[in-house]
Design a protein around this ligand. Structure first.
Ligand SMILES: [Zn+2]
Length: 386
């Protein structure tokens, strides 16, 4: 009998940040900047849809002073180092994959730091599983950890809005060994990694913050702000042993090279039919497409921000939806359809498709239409004599 597996694992990035490398791996790379990811994961299993972590909250990054019931001014100094956009929220990622937040049955949390539990409120219908030590510690952490535990992220777990299951040891979610929480304390008291069995990839261990970067994992070097350095080293060794026993691939959560590793895997698929030069050129083209579509999206965002500032459209700051007016719909079409279609076509070699079918042609046309809309709205506004 073959072992049970989940169907698919998605790694979805909520932000990119830039910090001093020595913050992530103690004693290494002082004064050297590193840019890393801040992902969450979605696991499709025949018996339910599972999210592991929720990434960092856009509301926090944009306005830490007024985040949650008490604000979070203590972490404001970190926020300029974090880069994210609306399309990176868990809800937007789910939508890209054809799901709504309410479709998620289980939310597993590695720990309650703000870069892992930042969007818990998106998953109000899910059963939330957190280690009991983590739940207790989060509400009154030691000073060195206080800046990372924010009421705005998890205070709602105390209310009836969420169904919370505190876990204590290894926790086999579906009882078939395919999705299993593994306690890996040290980074925080109730930190837990996740072992997932997949049809092709075999065993994958999502380490979360058992180590922040690959070098920290390999060399067993924990960051200085950990709850317990000793426990952390023990947990790294436990993960290494488990990986040996199960021949697992260990995913290091915030590592900058993880994206490059995934690119290599994707290239491997292309190389089964195409030559190396062809595949490299294809990936260069895709990288350039991502840059140009980001620029076109940013241009649209700037126009819309002006429309909101000038009161020509009503956005969140006036208590209105940011998606319901004509110019707002054009802005969402820009990133949701045109930019994504262009990238998709570049990845899949759809030349004509990338230009015409919701592609580059529309990216440019849409910006022109937004500018025209602004001009007309300004004229109407002036005409009213206000
Ligand atoms: Zn983290």
């Amino acid at each position: 009998m073959s072992a049970a597996t989940a169907d698919r694992l998605h790694s979805l990035n909520t932000a990119t940040w830039t910090f001093d490398r020595s913050l992530m791996v103690q004693t290494q790379g002082m004064g050297e900047l590193y840019a890393g990811r801040c992902p969450f994961y979605l696991i499709e299993h025949p018996d339910g849809l599972v999210a592991y972590d929720t990434g960092i909250s856009r509301e926090l990054v944009e306005d830490p002073e007024s985040y949650g019931p008490f604000g979070a001014p203590e972490i404001a100094d970190f926020m300029p180092a974090v880069d994210l956009d609306a399309g990176q929220s868990p809800a937007a990622h789910l939508d890209d994959l054809g799901y709504a937040p309410g479709d998620v049955d289980y939310l597993l949390l590695s720990h309650l730091h703000t870069d892992h539990a930042g969007n818990v409120d998106t998953f109000a219908d899910a059963e939330v599983l957190v280690h009991e030590e983590e739940l207790r510690y989060a509400f009154f952490p030691d000073p060195v950890q206080r800046v990372f535990y924010l009421g705005g992220d998890f205070a709602a777990l105390r209310t009836a809005a969420h169904e919370v299951t505190p876990t204590t040891g290894r926790y086999d979610l579906f009882g078939d060994g395919s999705v299993e929480l593994i306690p890996t304390p040290g980074h925080t008291p109730g930190h837990q990694s996740l072992k997932v069995e997949l049809p092709d990839a075999g065993t994958v261990i999502l380490g979360a913050d058992v180590a922040l970067l690959r070098a920290g994992y390999e060399n067993e070097l924990a960051p200085s702000f950990n709850w317990s350095l000793e426990e952390n080293v023990r947990s790294i060794r436990r993960v290494k042993q488990l990986a040996r026993e199960t021949d697992a691939d260990v995913v290091i959560h915030h590592d900058e090279a993880e994206q490059a590793r995934r690119n290599e895997t994707m290239k491997g698929v292309c190389l089964t039919c195409h030559g190396t030069a062809w595949v490299d050129a294809q990936f260069d083209r895709l990288d350039r497409t991502i840059v140009t579509t980001n620029d076109a999206t940013l241009a649209a965002t700037r126009i819309l921000s002006r429309a909101w500032e000038q009161g020509l459209a009503r956005g969140l700051d006036r208590g209105d939806s940011p998606f319901n007016e004509a110019i707002e719909k054009k802005w969402s079409e820009q990133w949701l359809f045109y930019a994504n279609s262009t990238r998709y076509a570049a990845a899949m070699m759809g030349g004509d498709y990338g230009v015409f079918a919701n592609g580059r042609w529309y990216l440019n046309k849409n910006i022109q239409e937004m500018i025209d809309w602004m001009r007309t709205a300004e004229q109407v506004w002036e005409g009213t004599g206000e």
